[in-house]
Design a protein around this ligand. Structure first.
Ligand SMILES: CC(C)(COP(=O)(O)OP(=O)(O)OC[C@H]1O[C@@H](n2cnc3c(N)ncnc32)[C@H](O)[C@@H]1OP(=O)(O)O)[C@@H](O)C(=O)NCCC(=O)NCCS
Length: 155
């Protein structure tokens, strides 16, 4: 599928929209920890990539990935509800994976809410394997699933 969505590195002015989408689509019911201030700090952090997907001037989604020595942690990824199932999440993930390959990093790890069936289906489709269940990971109230993908392993 040819996407008309473009992925680019976020700028500090994107922080409020990113934070609002995190609050509404990812952190719903858990409290708002990814505030505009925290997102802006990540935008400025040299070991973190914050990317946004846009269709023209319309903000469609974002992802935040933190790099370690030999692995990366996908902290957040969300697509605005009006833009889902059009390949936006896939396009952002592909952008991040290409960046990781260029940096010689093969492992991506992440945690997702165990009840988030859409996210689990999305990551499964993209070759992530479940490696653990973390009880009460979110505010001692909700379990998380730990997922990882080794980019050296062909899907
Ligand atoms: C999960 C999420 C990021 C997927 O983004 P998206 O842009 O809609 O995903 P894509 O269009 O690239 O989907 C790729 C594939 O993933 C799977 N998938 C995506 N959403 C799905 C859903 N709701 N149910 C089942 N499978 C799904 C499908 O296999 C899909 O391929 P298909 O559309 O050809 O069937 C999006 O639903 C979202 O933002 N959810 C809220 C935030 C969130 O849960 N983030 C992840 C945890 S941090």
């Amino acid at each position: 599928m040819i996407s008309h969505y473009e992925v680019s590195i976020a700028v500090p002015a994107d922080a409020p929209r990113i934070a609002e989408l995190s609050r509404d689509a990812i952190e719903e019911g858990l409290g708002w920890s990814w505030t505009p201030h925290r997102v802006a700090r990540s935008v400025r952090d040299r070991t973190t990539n914050v990317v946004v997907a846009r269709s023209g001037s319309s903000f469609a989604g974002f992802a935040i990935m933190k790099y370690g020595e030999d692995e990366a942690h996908l902290l957040l990824l969300a697509v605005h509800s009006a833009h889902r199932r059009r390949g936006v999440g896939t396009t952002m993930l592909a952008w991040l994976e290409a960046t990781l390959r260029a940096a010689g990093i093969a492992m991506i790890r992440l945690e997702a809410r165990a009840r988030n069936t859409a996210a689990l289906a999305f990551y499964r489709k993209h070759g992530f394997n479940q490696t653990g269940l973390l009880e009460g990971y979110y505010s001692d109230r909700e379990d998380a699933v730990r997922l990882e993908r080794d980019l050296r392993v062909a899907r």
